[in-house]
Ligand binder design. Structure first.
Ligand code: TXA
Ligand code: MG
Length: 362
């Protein structure tokens, strides 16, 4: 699905005027504004209800304008840009003085990426040709186009559900092909140290290591060095409103039956087949049993299940293998963020079990 060129022209005019435009990327929909215009960036925070100290990712049409935004760019950054851009990898680099504080949440670094979605690239290129906003910086700041802490939108209609009329234009590019947010890699440390993986995504640590020759370090809460503030690294994030619990595949049937026996409405998100003996849950969605297919469909399915009258979303736990790490990370955060931490009233006690703390397990 590709909108008319007129829609791109309108989007460019809005960005140039300091207004918001939501647009598809290959990962999730972004809520964009001129990254060099602090008033425009302020509109993003207002629309999302996002705390002002959470930094934004700046989207560029190509690596060519990287040095307007970042300084002391290490060789590794150029290698990674060459290998993965356009694509779902965000690089955290030291910022130039030209980068507004509003974008960086007051940090000395900035997150940058070139998205791979054709529509996002059309927009970023047309924007650059039209002058590229304040000081011709050509960067579009865009967090995921959801309200703070909620599930990222992977379809244009999700953006409207989340943000209503606070966005003058939502470019519709159909469903996002990756479906979960970009991998975030912090390259601001001393070059003798491995870079830090702040958020897992489609681009894996192994793929990064294959390019730069060193495996990124995964940030854990116990790391001696304080990680930079990353909204997506909060234990509770990416969450539906309905309480969500992860259940081992071997216990799924038993749990559904317990809930049915207690007349609780449960929605089930699974990828394996449910045992034939199990009764029908209130709602269910079966996702593809491969990590890429699962990631692509995950957020839309969670949104749908959240909109049924289910009192609990039961999610079949994913295999504990590297290929599943990025989606498993999102589900653990969704479990930590969704609804109440205690068992909903009348639910069996297992429903109260707090989700595993992802920051200490990944
Ligand atoms: O796939 C994506 O990355 C999507 C699409 C729209 O590009 N964007 C996205 O943005 O997920 P957002 O704001 O929802 O998440 C970006 C994450 C945030 O958790 C933010 O804190 C972190 O990137 N981030 C941005 N700049 C940073 C910086 N300088 N240091 C550390 N983390 C940063
Ligand atoms: Mg987000």
């Amino acid at each position: 699905m590709r909108p008319e060129p007129a829609a791109i022209d309108r989007a460019v005019a809005l960005l140039q005027a300091g207004e918001l435009v939501a647009f598809p990327t290959e990962t999730v929909y972004g809520l964009g504004a001129d990254a060099a215009n602090p008033a425009a960036v302020g509109r993003i925070f207002a629309a999302k209800g996002r705390p002002a100290d959470h930094p934004l990712i700046v989207h560029l049409a190509g690596a060519g304008c990287l040095d307007r935004w970042a300084r002391d760019i290490p060789g590794r950054a150029w290698e990674l840009a060459e290998a993965f851009w356009p694509g779902p990898l965000t690089l955290i680099l030291k910022r130039t003085p030209a980068v507004p504080t509003a974008v960086t949440g007051g940090q000395d670094s900035v997150g940058l990426r070139v998205p791979a979605h054709p529509l996002a690239l059309d927009l970023l290129r047309a924007y650059a040709e039209a002058g590229g906003g304040v000081a011709g910086m050509c960067g579009v700041a865009a967090p995921s186009a959801n309200r703070f802490g909620r599930i990222s939108p992977t379809e244009a209609t999700h953006v409207r559900e989340e943000l209503g009329d606070s966005v003058p234009l939502v470019l519709d590019g159909g469903r996002c092909p990756v479906g979960i947010e970009s991998t975030i890699l912090d390259l601001t440390r001393d070059a003798a140290l491995p870079p830090r993986l702040l958020r897992p995504g489609r681009v894996t640590p192994e793929q990064i290591a294959a390019v730069i020759g060193v495996l990124p370090e995964t940030v854990t809460r116990s790391s001696a060095e304080a990680p930079p503030r990353v909204a997506g690294s909060l234990a509770a994030h990416y969450a539906p409103s309905t309480p969500l619990r992860l259940v081992a595949p071997t216990r799924l049937g038993e749990v559904i039956d317990i809930l049915r026996a207690t007349a609780r409405r449960c929605a089930v998100l699974h990828y394996g087949s449910l045992p034939a003996s199990v009764g029908t849950p209130h709602a269910s969605r079966r996702l593809p049993a491969d990590p890429r297919g699962y990631a692509r469909a995950l957020y839309a399915a969670l949104r749908e299940l959240d909109q049924t009258a289910a009192e609990l979303i039961v999610v079949e736990e994913l295999p504990a293998t590297p290929a599943w790490a990025a989606v498993a990370d999102r589900l653990q955060r969704a479990a930590a963020g969704a609804g109440m931490q205690a068992a909903p009233s009348g639910f069996p006690r297992w429903a109260a079990v707090a989700a595993t703390d992802p920051a200490t397990t990944r």
